[in-house]
Design a binder for this molecule. Sequence first.
Ligand SMILES: Cc1ncc(COP(=O)(O)O)c(C=O)c1O
Ligand SMILES: N[C@@H](CCSC[C@H](N)C(=O)O)C(=O)O
Length: 444
Amino acid sequence: MSGPPPADSVGKAMKHLDLDGHDLPPSPAPSSPSNGRKYALATELVYTEGGDQYNSSSVPIYQTATFKGGPGQEYDYTRSGNPTRSHLERHLAKIMNANRALVVGSGMGACDVITRHLKPGDEVVTGDDLYGGTNRLLKFLSTYNGIDVRHVDTTSLDSVKTALSSKTAMVLLETPTNPLIKIVDIAGIAAAAHAANPAALVAVDNTMLSPYLQNPLDLGADVVYESGTKYLSGHHDVMAGVIGVNDVALGEKFFFMINSTGCGLAPFDSWLLLRGIKTLAIRMEKQQANANAIATFLESHGFKVRYPGLKSHPQYALHWSQARGAGAVLSFETGSVPLSERIVESTRLFGISVSFGCVNSLISMPCRMSHASIDPATRKERALPEDIIRLCIGIEDLTDLIDDLSQALVRAGAVKLTEHGFQALGEEETRGETSTTRQVVDEP
Ligand SMILES: Cc1ncc(COP(=O)(O)O)c(C=O)c1O
Ligand SMILES: N[C@@H](CCSC[C@H](N)C(=O)O)C(=O)O
């Protein structure tokens, strides 16, 4: 199998530029070669190690349930291990800066593997803005398994410290959070959690950025996990979940659970994920350049935009101290639910769909879709705005995306055309209008 080209001809860190060629903030934590990495991350993503006896260039799909040969051989049964899956796991460990990576059938499957180790009486400290499915699983654990789940504003280290105790078995964080794009101090919280209970596991859901932009294990987390369904695969053609750890015993514990429950990723899906990862760097660079321009466009027209690439983000400095990019998910409010519905329904290029991290751009109303499983009273208590619109930006031509958003904002009556271009209408001008559009509800 041919290896990567010499280190001096490639592997220069990619410059973070927006589409106008302006420098984005510099990388605070360059993707330095570590954990067996010889090259820059963008290079390592492309090359996987080892081949088969035929020197195949693409890793073969070992589409088999069982293996001949009896005791003592490396593989006996695909639930317990499969060469295509192992190949993916080794590749992921390298790019996640992990000692060991494990892959399962979905992001929620990964969250399930991690939280299965909790016992009745254990305490979990987590955020007040979380992906709806994670919230649902934690609610199940607190209702049926006797786990005390404490939702706090994880942007406040003091609030986290108040919730921690010697019984804290896990701290589960998202940063940026989905969908409010709040930033959480991974290193600060990890230190506080380990001070409260040295055995506490700090788990970070890295779905919103991927290992290309953030490496929580380097910041003191014990576990990193993410939905491989998003950026890692990048084409919305596979469901996958990824777990990374540095502690050998913890890796064995998680493997035990995956083998026991049979949730390991199937060979074909492992192959699809391997293929997707090769283009992660180039997709992510284009997606976040587009996202940055769109966030700027919306903000300049008077919308309250949440995106860590904008200097107006309240935790801009914290974000750039722990991540190498802003990702491609942003959200904004309009001041009116019917108006938000009309905007979502008026786009032509942006698809109305859950998920993100894909090559094509999506638009959604989280309270009706990805976060509908959080009941309305809890959404209100946690200040999740009902009118919030989430945009997940793809790799399309930026002008086409901005043209589509512009025509949607005009058609929906969210902006008026003035001599200076678009101007967002005030809340008073838009509030209370009834929607004639179909509901975009996705019942859990
Ligand atoms: C932040 C976050 N974590 C985890 C998940 C779960 O991933 P999956 O859909 O692959 O189960 C999702 C989305 O589904 C998500 O947005
Ligand atoms: N009906 C699904 C919704 C999946 S949301 C997928 C993704 N995390 C997102 O944020 O868009 C469910 O209830 O899990």
